[in-house]
Design a protein around this ligand. Structure first.
Ligand code: NOJ
Length: 729
């Protein structure tokens, strides 16, 4: 439909129809099998169901076709209903959870993964996904860290932008693509104490420098939607904040698409103490610029009244409705309301999709320790022990359209590689401690004690038989994701007991950690000969893990987030501001900024990760000592694969602005390159440094660079390398 026709349509719509385009209701209102939480089926009145502009949480072309057919018949202007879904790290083929994708340091792979997700979801009738989550996250207590790509603004920016590109492709009318929704605007990841939905207190410069960056970069890729966040920022709930939504999102970022609230967030303005009732909440949501009210009922209940009374102007309403109509039009829904709904069966997982997922898993695994080169595994007696050894539950709580049945477990993949005669498996213990609280409630097992005694006996027998134990432990997928904040980052006690008992057998231990968040691994590090983070790897988890531990592929993932010694260090991030009393490298340490009982830095820092081969960095240099505007300096380093196997290395560039009108972080990631190298190969890796990369939110509240001295590291983690120096004129 052309723009004129769209405007004519808008002018022809009744006030009620217009308001309802801004209303989203749960899919359970249309289909009782919907995978969503929240309000019960049957709460929306008939009129809302007939006219609501969009719904969420349902998929499947036959199912959606039926709903769309009925809906279109009833709708006075035959405006199609839009179907949205959380396709977070896979629809049918489930990729590693977003934090694992961050660990790949490979935006191209992430873009391809998003395109695969879009293709599968589109073929299942889905029009839009609520992804990417561009929230910066520095606190492992917050369970949604699993849905982020980590703690770094640059890495997050690359990944969020790549996801938008992958989902949307070049042309949204292409039936293999879907709308992206950048969320949760803004600073949802900064929740105080890591407690989900909690307030955030951020100075404007920290907000702008760190928390807003990845949303901004993703928005440059023109996503169809942005979602508000649940939290308040400096006392104003994001969903009601005109500063965030009007000034920053619309004016500064130039966002032209649809702004949708998070689930119920307009109504939650009342709980925040920011709106007195639902009507007031609807007014505050509209005034802030929220176009679609996701499931709170405030717009459907009160927006019409507010327009009639003049509290919300017709212009304001029309602008919002037109944005929604445009979004539907961009997808070609007016020409084909049954887009993606012509298939008789669900999309199938393809060989190509599996391969892509398998490579993504292999690229996401982070090898933290490999004492005595115990990995890759030798072809001897290997025992796969632990609650993650023989489970298909390898995807996160945000992959509900993917089915566990399609997942390849570690054990299944191990059988393919080593054959049944050479390997054994045992669960070793339960996944949970007795009465562990998860997002799905309390896990209580009546015979927990006896069951664990039996499992341990079995595991120890299996370990006695083996040369090496591959211990597959970690945090269940119901313990990360939404509403899973924790004050402990320890593995379940029953799992720690298992590793301690196995250690007593004297066998080599290769520990694989499956997790959606950083955990405390000091004890596990001491007990393990090799230690690797496998995240929540998804459908091809087993294959990807086996590709790496068998030596078919060398591990190449890097930590996208700091792993602390102890939870007491959280929030923890490498790009901290300096202090007036920095802790010196060598003592005395008294009266310096430090913990008495712990290191300041991470146990495993951001950017860290080992390979089976070794890389040497030498001849690091800058092409000039001075930089001026419109010029660039080249920072380069020679890298050599000095080991015996092929491997990938992620060369990282960090910069520090030594003196500024505001304090600047001790280091900031300014670039990275992941390259694959044969043994003995050498190459020069270079980065351009330009003046614009040195800009920050100055004391004068402007994005500017300031003349002075800068330090540069070209190295292999956020704590590595020796600094070079240049100055900005
Ligand atoms: C609430 C979550 O915060 C958000 O990320 C998600 O997209 C919506 N629910 C819809 O399911």
């Amino acid at each position: 439909m052309d723009k004129e026709a769209l405007k004519e349509l808008l002018n022809d719509m009744s006030l009620e129809e217009k308001v309802m385009q801004l209303v989203q209701i749960p899919g359970s209102e249309y289909d009782s099998d919907a995978e969503i939480t929240g309000i019960e089926r049957g709460q929306a009145k008939d009129r809302v169901k007939r006219l609501a502009g969009s719904t969420l949480g349902i998929w499947g072309s036959r199912r959606l076709r039926k709903i769309q057919e009925e809906y279109m018949k009833e709708h006075p202007h035959h405006i199609p209903l839009m179907f949205m879904l959380d396709v977070i790290h896979g629809h049918k083929t489930v990729l590693p959870c977003p934090l694992g994708q961050g660990a790949t340091f490979d935006p191209d792979a992430v873009r391809k993964g998003a395109a695969l997700q879009a293709m599968e979801a589109a073929a299942d009738g889905v029009h839009a996904t609520f992804s990417p989550m561009a929230d910066l996250c520095r606190d492992a207590r917050w369970g949604r860290i699993m849905e982020s790509t980590g703690e770094d603004k640059l890495l997050n920016s690359f990944m969020a932008a790549a996801m938008v590109e992958g989902y949307q492709g070049g042309d949204l009318k292409d039936p293999a693509h879907i709308d992206a929704c950048v969320k949760h605007f803004a600073a949802y990841g900064a929740a105080e104490g890591g407690r989900d939905y909690n307030n955030t207190e951020l100075s404007e410069h920290t907000l702008r420098e760190y928390y807003l960056r990845a949303y901004g970069e993703a928005i440059k890729k023109d996503p169809a939607m942005v979602m508000t966040s649940f939290n308040s920022i400096n006392g104003i709930p994001a969903t009601g904040s005109t500063f965030l939504m009007k000034k920053i999102l619309r004016e500064e970022f130039g966002f032209k698409g649809v702004l949708i609230s998070d689930w119920g967030a307009v109504g939650e303005l009342i709980n925040h103490g920011y709106a007195k009732d639902q009507k007031d909440a609807a007014l505050k949501g509209m005034t802030a610029g929220v176009d679609i009210d996701m499931c709170s009922g405030c717009y459907s209940g009160y927006l019409e009244e507010l327009v009639k009374e003049g509290a919300v102007s017709h212009e304001m309403l029309d602008e919002a409705v037109l944005r929604v109509l445009n979004m539907k039009n961009d997808l070609g829904l007016f020409e084909d309301p049954f887009r993606g709904l012509d298939k008789e069966s669900a999309p199938v997982i393809t060989k190509e999709g599996r391969l892509l997922a398998r490579e993504a898993v292999a690229g996401s695994l982070v090898l933290l320790e490999n004492k005595e080169k115990v990995l890759p595994l030798k072809n001897e007696k290997n025992a796969f022990i632990g609650p993650f050894a023989d489970t298909k539950r390898l995807q996160s709580s945000w992959a509900f359209s993917g089915e566990d049945d399609n997942t390849v477990s570690v054990w299944e993949a191990a059988l393919e590689v080593y054959g049944a005669e050479n390997i054994r498996t045992a669960a070793g213990c339960t996944m949970f401690d007795q009465d562990a609280v998860t997002a799905r409630g309390i896990r209580h097992l009546d015979n927990w004690q006896e069951e664990n005694e039996r499992l341990l006996r079995e595991a120890l027998e299996t370990a006695e038989w083996a040369d090496t134990v591959v211990l597959c432990i970690g945090e269940d997928s119901t313990q990360s994701g939404e509403a899973t904040s924790k004050v402990s980052l320890q593995l379940p006690a029953v799992q720690l007991k298992l590793i301690n008992e196995i250690k007593k057998t004297g066998k080599r231990i290769v520990t694989l950690i499956f997790t959606g968040r950083p955990l405390e691994l000091k004890e596990v590090r001491e007990l393990s000969d090799a230690l690797m983070i496998c995240w929540l790897p998804g459908t091809e988890g087993g294959h990807g893990v086996l590709d790496v531990i068998s030596g078919k592929t060398s591990p190449s993932g890097r930590l996208p987030v700091s792993f602390p010694y102890t939870v007491g260090q959280e929030p923890l991030h490498y790009d901290a501001y300096p202090t007036g009393r920095p802790k010196p490298e060598k003592g005395p340490f008294e009266y310096t900024s430090r913990y008495l009982d712990c290191e300041n830095g991470a146990l495993y820092p951001f950017g860290y990760g080992l390979s089976y081969t070794s890389f040497e960095y030498y001849d690091a240099k800058l092409s000039a000592e001075e930089l001026s505007a419109n010029e660039a300096i080249t920072a380069s380093v020679r890298v050599r694969n000095s080991g015996n196997t092929k491997g990938s290395v992620t060369v990282q560039l960090y910069i520090r602005d030594v003196t500024g009108s505001r304090v600047r972080p001790v280091r900031e990631l300014a670039g990275f390159k992941k390259i694959s190298m044969d043994p003995g190969a050498e190459e020069t890796v270079s980065f351009e440094i330009k003046e614009e990369m040195l800009r920050f939110w100055t004391a004068e509240e402007k994005w500017e660079s300031e003349a002075g001295k800068f330090l540069v590291w070209i190295c292999d983690s956020s704590v590595g390398g020796k600094p070079l120096e240049f100055s900005l004129r």
